[in-house]
Design a protein around this ligand. Sequence first.
Ligand code: ADP
Ligand code: MG
Length: 626
Amino acid sequence: MDKQTLSFQAEVKQILHLVTHSLYSNKEIFLREIVSNASDACDKLRFEALDKAALYEDAPNLEIRVWFDTEAKTITIRDNGIGMSAEEAVAHLGTIAKSGTREFMAALEGEQKKDANLIGQFGVGFYSGFIVADRITVETRRAGLEAAEGVRWSSEGAGDFEVENIHRPERGTDVILHLREGEEEFLSAWKLRSIIGKYSDHISLPVLMPKTTWDEEKKEQVTTDEWEPVNKAAALWTRAKSEITDAQYQEFYKQISYDQEPPLAYTHNRVEGRTEYTQLLYVPAKAPFDLWNRDKRGGVKLYVKRVFIMDDAEALMPVYLRFVKGVIDSADLPLNVSRELLQESRDVKAIREGSTKRVLSMLEDVAENQKDKYAEFWGQFGAVLKEGMGEDHANQERLAKLLRFASTSADAGVSFADYVGRMKEGQEAIYYITADNLAGARNSPQLEIFRKKGIEVLLLTDRVDEWMLSHLYEFDGKPLQSVAKGGVDLGKLQDEEEKKAAEQAAEAFKPLLERLKTSLKERVKDVRASTRLVDSPACIVVDEGDMSSHLARLLKQAGQSAPKSMPILEVNPEHALVKRLEATADGEARFDDLAHILFDQALLAEGGQLEDPAAYVRRVNALLTA
Ligand code: ADP
Ligand code: MG
């Protein structure tokens, strides 16, 4: 291929601009990003070579070398990893294939502090080289290709880049940074070593730099021809717990997660027995920007006997624990384990079950002993954990104990156990209401009788709650009961007198109910006298087996069709508006209007939307001006 000049993809241009301008205050991260790409390239080679040993050619020892040239003002990062073909260089260094680019740019442009860690998280690390370099040259040859198929890629990081074929006997990649004017501070062995020590110590292959000695004549440090490792190159999780400090655990977390905040909790274990593996798992303190993306690659990296295998090992963690970060290193899996094999392997299943249990115990421990911390965790990840109620039946009971809610007695932090502990004498069910938000839930007319009787009701306002409730029916033998579904049967909580009074009221009320049913026959399934209302004239409930109106709304918002089921209108025989209806003669147009207003208001009160708001306004106005 002759020299070609190609244009960066539009997104790359934007990223380049943002990265070089926003991350300047954190510029030393360029070295971390480029060294980590070199390390990834070696991991990839090792993986491909598992069933194609010839790829190692005559250089089986994978390593990274870093050096600089004071005269040319360059820093070079060399690896003998997988390398790139010309097509790969164009694709990987000229376009951004990954999703999340837009979020990344929004985050960098946003008001919050310019977080240099975002760059690694979004997979655009290579471009950080342009923070300190006004030209980057990449010389590379992919493992398995001929020397003549080497590639030189070069760019000033503005609109375009050049590629051409070169002769390159060495497998792997050199990234050559031509430093900008004013960035000479990086032309220092001490500086580069300290940056590598800070960010890249955990990299499990050696990062080498030329040894330096003191030159008596020149009175300065000079580099020699000898190379020496500048990182520890020992994977942290393989060391004994007793030899690792808390600070080291935290540093390792930063390196694998790109998260600046210290983790909320971690657990490190060597599991022995039928399957042997080591796990080092962290729960972050803050949710990542893409927590809701269920397809995002998992945060747990799979190693086999310290060889990195893959990092989207969803087979290792259930989706509802996708926020967990860390490393699992298996002693039994074959090194050439494929994604497909991973899904089926019994060892992997055992690892997954064991690791899930570990994470749950870690959370139980925090919930038990560090209540404030757990509240923080819940705020960040609670809604995700709820997904587990449907996903992980085996652990449902344990998970249910970890759930926290708002209720009519507390703004947050109510567990099922707390609730059950506060149940009234004779109360048989755990009552809840679902709504779009807390205010809506709290003010719902359906709660009136519960409030009057001092019965606590859980207020569920997460989107996932409805879904969770389709999998969770009881806790500790107590059924979960919606206050907006079916008739309220307060059972033993209502005394005989109240029951009798209600029955009598309903009887006397029958004619009005029938009239209302006729007026509203297009809109309701039934009209009933309510036992749950105290202050409000009416409320909407759904039949026992029907979908809650909140869920129907959520589905509609998500563009899905919800089965159309008509609601039930419950009216409060004691309310003035209802009494007025009773006194309004049939056939009068006014009765019809009042009936519709009653229904529309009940819909509005529970957060629903009117199908014909204009008709509602017209009716209310007619009343106001009558
Ligand atoms: P990420 O590392 O998250 O994929 P980067 O912007 O850091 O994103 O790198 C982009 C891509 O360029 C990498 O995915 C890889 O395909 C390629 N690449 C970068 N550096 C190297 C290297 N030293 N050897 C081989 N490929 C590389
Ligand atoms: Mg990278």
